[in-house]
Structure formats: C-alpha cells, structure tokens
Design a protein around this ligand. Structure first.
Ligand SMILES: [Mn+2]
Length: 241
C-alpha cells in the first residue's frame, strides 16, 4: 500500500455553507492510514474568533479532526487570513499540528515550501498592513480577551469590509506578486511551492535559484471539494462532489 499525502485549503467552512461542511466531514471519515498526512493550508474556516466559539460547524469539525488524528493520520494546519486565531486549545483538543507561515517539508525527496498565500500578495499594501496588525501578539491578546459576542460582531464587520474591499481592488492586486514568490523560493532554496488563498488553481513556472521552480495553487472548496493527492508515483488533483 503506497503512502499518500493530501493538501487542501480554502474550505471557508461556515454555518451558511452547510454542503461544504458535510463534504469535508465525509472526506475526513473516508481517510484511513493510507493517507499518512493531511495538510490544511489555511482558511479551513471562513471566520475564527477564538477556540471558545461554539458556532456550528466548529465543534463538529473539531470532533472529526480528533477522530482522524486518533486513527493515526497526521493532520497539519497552516493558518489562513480568516482562521489565524485558531489557538492552542484547538490543537490540544484535535491533536492537529500547527505549522509556521512558511513551512518546509520533504515531499518524497523534494524540499517543498507550504504557505497559505496571503503573504505573497504584496501588492495589496492595505491588506499587508492589516495582516501585520492582526498578527501581533498584543492585538491578538486584546482581541481574544473580549467577550465572545463582541468578537463575533467584530468578525462580521471585518467580513463585510473585506467583501467591499474586494469589489474595489483589481484582480492583479489580489493575486500573488511574482517577485515575492521568487524571493521566498530563493530564501528557502526550494524549487516547489504549494499554496492556496487566491482561489486561482493552477500550476505556474518560475525561475528561482537559477532553475525552474513550480508553484502549485490549490483550489477553494465551492461547488465541489478539491484535494491535491501526492504519492511516490506523482500527484493528481481529485474533486469531491
Ligand atoms: Mn485566504
């Protein structure tokens, strides 16, 4: 039995998109130890205001992730721009392992860099400022100390603002910046990057470290789920209806 490694991102699970949650839970239940590792590269949830928020489907998802890790599947989570407040209580409960925002893995012998993708969108200066602010320990500590109701209201506000902002910003501003891609590939000395965030699934070629490099962009889960499946025989993307 050959070993498989799965990559997914941008499920944006929320109460309002029940079909996506059901698809994800069914997918988790379908995994067995044939899949050694599942990498979730951010925006698993559409919003996360703290590990204490019981809004559906948070508890169901936590429970099923815990079941999966107890079966022996290693589940890894790299934070997205929507769910970066996922914290230690979530990891303790689920046994999911938290990853750094630039994470290097050995993928069947090839050094591979994993990111969410938002850090690469350097043309969106407004967002990068917001990101810097919201990733500071002070901001997070202060935010998480607010009552749950207040945090939920704040999140609602940010979501509306982000929706309005997206309408105004051009498509190129919201995509990755090629120079930022090359810089991060060269910083880590790698020829492969896997990320999500932009919702523009594709395989791009770049030149980094004076060689060809590939950048694989994962798809969001919308009308179907999308999983990048890697084994020693190569990789393929399969969709979940
Ligand atoms: Mn994102």
């Amino acid at each position: 039995m050959s070993q498989h490694i799965h990559f997914i991102s941008d499920l944006h699970l929320t109460q309002e998109r029940l079909a996506n949650t059901q698809r994800f839970l069914a997918y988790l239940d379908s995994l067995d130890t044939n899949v050694s590792d599942l990498y979730i590269l951010g925006d698993l949830f559409d919003v996360w205001v703290g590990d204490d928020d019981p809004t559906p489907p948070n508890n169901d998802v936590k429970e099923r992730l815990a079941q999966l890790t107890s079966k022996g599947v290693n589940v890894h989570f790299l934070a997205g721009n929507r769910d970066f407040l996922i914290g230690q209580a979530f990891f303790d409960l689920t046994n999911v392992r938290g990853l750094e925002e630039e994470c290097l893995i050995d993928l069947f012998g090839t050094k591979t860099l994993l990111m969410h993708g938002d850090l690469l969108c350097t043309d969106d200066i407004e967002y990068q400022h917001f990101r810097q602010l919201t990733h500071s320990l002070e901001w997070q500590k202060e935010t998480l100390s607010k009552p749950l109701e207040e945090r939920l209201a704040l999140a609602q506000h940010y979501r509306q603002e982000s929706h309005l902002n997206k309408k105004e910003k051009s498509a190129s501003i919201m995509d990755v910046n090629d120079e930022a891609v090359i810089a991060v590939l060269e910083k880590h000395g790698v020829q492969r990057l896997i990320h999500g965030h932009t919702h523009r699934p594709n395989v791009h070629q770049h030149t980094a470290n004076k060689q060809v490099a590939e950048r694989i962009v994962l798809a969001e889960w919308d009308t179907c789920g999308s999983v990048l499946d890697w084994s020693e025989n190569g990789h393929e993307i399969f969709q979940l209806p």
